[in-house]
Design a protein around this ligand. Structure first.
Ligand code: GLN
Length: 240
């Protein structure tokens, strides 16, 4: 089997170690004998249905977000990504990427940046810099990460959060929600990188990508996650 990881705006949206998520997905697939291709999809690139079996969209500063928001809209890639998620293709987005998949992101300076409207949510820049270790309870169990954002995200239409904050700020530091999950698309503020320390979530993305691509239920062979879980449990113990 083979999966193609669509790395959205890798050259512009990749801060706080977010490429570690690509490495985790790639290695966890290769350790199971699954071939992997990573396709960077950035400004000016074309995108069509089936080009990627899973999308990753990392964090970025406001300036990069403004360039990306305009490309998503003008190139039509935002609409293609939305249609791919609707048919079940999984996606992980972190912070700046997550913000641009909502309805809009209003930065401190300048106009609102239009989002792809994948997540029923909107983000407003704030004067709080929300930085620190982030621990949440979710359908994947406890998840641990690191957040660094000023944007506060508010969920709408009863869409599910990824989880509820145990320690940290999360979406907005008020309603205790963190992130958002819609079909197989996840948005969150969990840099870190997220997936190396949360192997259950990493495998969930791989399983969904393979099942949508090959049209059948797929059980992934278990891996020895001793090291990953040591890192996970140490973070929960220290910060949870
Ligand atoms: N510029 C956005 C904010 O500060 C996103 C930052 C990020 O991706 N870490 O909220």
């Amino acid at each position: 089997m083979k999966i193609t990881i669509g790395y959205l705006y890798a050259d512009l949206m990749n801060i706080y170690g977010d490429t570690g998520n690509i490495i985790a997905l790639k290695k966890r697939a290769q350790w199971r004998g699954i071939d992997v291709e990573v396709k960077n999809i950035s400004v000016g690139d074309k995108l069509k249905k089936g080009d990627a079996d899973i999308f990753f969209f990392g964090g970025g500063q406001d300036q990069a977000q403004s360039i990306v928001a305009s490309d998503l809209e003008s190139s039509g890639k935002g609409k293609i990504i939305k249609a791919e998620i609707e048919r079940g293709v999984p996606l992980l987005s972190i912070c700046g990427g997550y913000q641009l998949l909502g309805e809009y992101y209003k930065p401190h300076k300048g106009p609102k940046l239009p989002g792809t409207e994948l997540f029923p949510a909107y983000t407003l820049a704030s004067h709080d810099r929300m930085i620190g270790n982030l621990v949440i309870n979710s359908m994947f169990g406890t998840l641990v990460g690191f957040e660094n954002h000023s944007g506060k995200t508010y969920l709408k239409n009863k869409v599910s959060p990824l989880g509820m904050v145990v320690k940290g700020w999360g979406n907005n530091g008020k309603d205790r929600t963190e992130g958002c999950i819609y079909k197989n698309a996840v948005g969150c503020y969990m840099h870190g990188s997220l997936l190396p320390k949360n192997p259950k979530l990493a495998d969930w993305f791989l399983k969904k990508a393979l099942e949508v691509k090959y049209g059948k239920e797929i059980e992934l062979e278990p891996l020895d996650d001793t090291l990953e879980l040591q890192a996970h449990n140490s973070a929960v113990k220290r910060f949870g």
